[in-house]
Design a protein around this ligand. Structure first.
Ligand SMILES: C[S@@+](CC[C@H](N)C(=O)[O-])C[C@H]1O[C@@H](n2cnc3c(N)ncnc32)[C@H](O)[C@@H]1O
Length: 301
């Protein structure tokens, strides 16, 4: 049941579903007053913030960007013809549910293999989008992780009856995306889209709290400290334009109270810390309460 409210159609590492209620107090007043012309999300991932904003506030237009081509293909297919995508997913779900546990695992591996072998075919590849969503719903913990060759390598998840084809939710998302421009590429292309009153929310891959503890491999290029620094330079540059910027990341002070990486990087910005709960972590004991850092170039009234 989705009660008419669209929610992310994927489980996504770093997804912001848990933080949405806290975010509302951090948005610019202009968004709350429906005075934002353009909403831009340059690291859209599962789109928890996008869907919330599109349903709660009036923005004239939204632009989403991600460096994961297959993810962008899903958004594009949902926007272009959600009914067609539902047909594909429904067929996969029927097939999957009819199988025994062992057969389901084999089917998962077959789809994963096909997914890794076949390249995206055109701007709207419905089969690829359907395989992507199927893998997300049936793989371990809903992770998206690729190896150095860019191959999706998450194992089978053994869920009892995963909802592979959530028709109602997909239909709602299909409607919401009609006013959204969907771009594949690096976050920096968002600069070209700052026009009028623009609100940009940056949710880059987390900076690992421990050297080996993180999950950042959304694509084979990764996102290291140098990338975080480049992003900070970019944020400073575009902050001079007429735009409201909000950025979130993991708080290094959770594991080392002396680590002021982001405090230094975003010196002069409005920095807050909010309680968060990490949902995607292989070790259950690491899913505890921690803080997340929020950087803004404005203050709430
Ligand atoms: C923390 S996730 C965003 C999660 C999202 N806010 C949600 O609620 O699901 C970061 C996203 O940034 C994307 N990404 C990584 N490097 C990027 C880059 N240079 N430019 C644009 N997107 C990038 C990843 O593919 C991933 O989807």
């Amino acid at each position: 049941m989705c009660n008419g409210i669209a929610k992310p159609f994927l489980k996504w590492a770093g997804g912001k579903g848990q933080l949405i209620n806290k975010f509302q107090a951090l948005y610019p007043q202009e968004l709350l007053n429906d005075k934002i012309d353009i909403y831009v999300e340059p690291f859209v991932g599962g789109g928890a913030v996008l869907f919330d904003i599109l349903q709660r506030y009036k923005v004239k237009k939204a632009i989403i960007i991600d460096l994961n081509k297959e993810l962008i293909n899903c958004y594009r297919c949902i926007k272009a013809d959600v009914v067609e995508l539902i047909k594909y997913l429904d067929a996969m779900q029927c097939k999957f549910f009819a199988l025994s546990e062992t057969q389901r695992k084999d089917f998962f591996l077959e789809i994963r293999d096909k997914y890794n072998k076949l390249h995206l075919n055109g701007e709207f590849d419905f089969e690829k989008a359907s395989d992507f969503i199927f893998l997300n719903k049936t793989c371990f913990n809903g992770l998206y992780r690729v190896n150095s060759r860019g191959e999706f390598n998450v194992p089978f998840g053994r869920y009892k009856n995963p909802l592979i084809c959530d028709k109602e939710n997909l239909m709602l998302i299909g409607k919401l995306l009609q006013n959204v421009q969907i771009l594949f590429g690096d976050y920096s292309i968002c600069k070209e889209h700052i026009r009028g009153k623009t609100f940009i929310y940056f949710d880059p891959p987390y900076r690992p709290l421990k050297q080996n503890a993180s999950f950042v491999d959304y694509d084979k290029s990764g996102f290291n400290d140098d990338n975080q620094k480049e992003l900070a330079c970019f944020v400073k540059e575009i902050s001079q334009y007429d735009c409201y910027i909000m950025l979130s990341n993991s708080d290094p002070k959770n594991t080392n109270s002396n680590d002021d990486f982001f405090d230094k990087l975003y010196e002069g910005f409005n920095i807050n810390r909010i309680n968060a709960r990490r949902m995607i972590n292989c070790q259950a004991d690491k899913r505890g309460d921690i803080t997340e850092i929020i950087v803004r170039n404005y203050y709430s009234k």
